[in-house]
Design a protein around this ligand. Structure first.
Ligand SMILES: *Cc1c(COP(=O)(O)O)cnc(C)c1O
Length: 459
């Protein structure tokens, strides 16, 4: 049999023409978003002051299986897609495993992550609606960069509220965002009411994604012709990321293979959800049954130690309520280096699929182990992985080692969501052995849980 090539490339014309909307196929829908004012399910009109219309419609859409990708977005996708599916031959050899390891690499654009897939779509729809300005939050900076890139291309103004620890740890990330023409504000800031409130209650805080979301939403509501956009968690973001999974499936078809195990790192859940959703369709259709694993940091363990309940998506409590796995909207995680995974909640779609065990497992990993896996991967496969993505690498390596022990030659697929060039402070700490693991105690988690709102009849 012919050896599978290192890189399984698709042609430009094989970039998917549609996004896959998994909600149309979920046998058990996720519980609706709730308006915290009325305690009734969110209607389209509730979303419109904050989100642009087409995205709000996509957010609530549970009927259309596929949504056509507009030409303008497709043209943009062509500048950096299709992304390669890679066979990690060198890593397999190093691990002496009979497993076949594949990864889908989304870091081959300046944002250094998959986030451009949704940024391009969100900016396009905002522009089409005649808006002139957007606000958003960014944790590690990848989303801010992706959005700044898309705003530069479609000619929109942008203000990015960047979690303060990242702003300070990653000055070059900030500079890249500014190079594309966006404004960057460290969050929490004095520029919003909620920022001032958070600062007065927690002086010296390094901020969190939840805080930055609150500030960006407040700023959008107070500006004309402006809307807020979010880089993960929401249904429409996960749907845009389905290009990852659709391309991956097409590439596997070319080599007549299918993954037994699929692994994704989960912050808000969009890259893992985008990678897995076309394969989950095969589970629903009873065609295949791949084993699905989500990986999160031990310092922010929403799936493995959180509660499945209604919570706000932000610390300022201005978003709708979403039923999801959460450690509480007021939980401020320790400054773990995987900034993109420091969100207190999880995509309502993935939360539901995990709750129903369509997604088989969630694992929490400590950062020193994650960086050990990252470093091994970089040496074998040449790509310097993002700390976020390295959570998936860690579990892929563990599964490959299990195969070595059992002699099974399973096909393992993981999402390599991005590159880590701006994370050298973290890599340096790992090399210097000054990196520490932070695992919250039950008491730490209880403090977070105490911030989950209690509304009669909602849980
Ligand atoms: C943002 C980010 C993540 C986590 O986000 P999800 O919404 O869970 O996909 C993972 N990896 C990288 C490189 C990121 O930038």
């Amino acid at each position: 049999m012919q050896k599978v090539p290192y890189k399984i490339y698709l042609e430009e014309k094989e970039i998917p023409k549609v996004w896959y909307n998994i909600r149309a196929d979920m046998p058990n829908p996720h519980d609706p978003f709730i308006n915290p004012g009325t305690l009734k399910p969110i209607k389209l009109d509730d979303f419109l002051p904050v989100f642009c219309k087409e995205l709000a419609e996509q957010e609530l859409d549970d009927t259309h299986q596929y949504i056509e990708i507009p030409d303008e977005i497709y043209e943009y996708y062509k500048t950096y897609r299709p992304s390669p599916l890679v066979r990690a031959y060198n890593l397999e050899k190093e691990l002496k495993t009979p497993a076949k390891i594949y990864y889908k690499f989304e870091g081959n654009n300046t944002s250094g992550s998959h986030k451009l897939n949704s940024a391009a779509a969100q900016v396009y729809y905002a522009k089409k609606q005649g808006l002139t300005k957007l606000t958003t939050e960014t944790g590690a900076g990848q989303w801010g960069t992706a959005l700044a890139m898309a705003c530069a291309y479609f000619k929109m103004d942008l203000t990015v509220y960047m979690v303060k620890v990242s702003y300070e740890q990653k000055p070059f990330r900030k500079a890249v965002i500014q190079t594309y023409g966006a404004d960057v504000v460290p969050s929490p800031s004095e520029t919003t009411e909620i920022g001032r409130k958070i600062l007065s209650e927690n002086p010296g805080t390094g901020g969190s994604l939840g805080c930055a979301i609150s500030e960006a939403m407040e700023a959008a509501l107070k500006s004309n012709n402006c809307r807020y956009v979010l880089g993960s968690v929401l249904n429409h973001v996960l749907m845009h990321q389905s290009v990852i999974g659709l391309e991956t499936k097409a590439a596997f078809e070319k080599i007549d293979a299918y993954p037994d195990i699929i692994i994704g790192c989960a912050g808000g859940g969009s890259n893992a959800g985008g990678l897995m959703s076309p394969f989950i369709k095969d589970k629903f259709d009873k065609k295949h049954n791949p084993y699905l694993i989500l990986v999160e940091p031990a310092s922010c363990p929403s799936l493995t130690r959180g509660r499945y309940t209604y919570d706000f998506c932000d610390t300022g409590r201005i978003t709708p309520l979403a039923k999801m796995y959460t450690v509480g909207n007021g939980y401020i995680p320790s400054p773990n280096h995987a900034g993109g995974l420091r969100f207190h909640g999880m995509s309502p779609i993935l939360s539901k699929l995990y709750h129903d065990r369509v997604i088989d497992e969630a694992r929490a990993e400590e950062q020193t182990n994650v960086f050990e896996a990252a470093t091994l991967f970089a040496k074998c496969e040449t790509i310097l992985p993002a700390p976020e993505s390295s959570h998936a690498i860690k579990v892929a390596i563990d599964e490959a080692i299990k195969c070595r022990e059992s002699g099974e030659s399973k096909t393992i697929l993981f999402g390599l969501s991005g590159t880590g060039y701006f994370d050298m402070l973290a890599y340096t700490q790992f090399m210097d052995k000054t990196m520490t693991d932070y695992i919250p105690t039950d008491a730490d988690l209880e403090k977070g849980f105490a911030t989950i709102p209690k509304f009669p009849g909602l849980e």
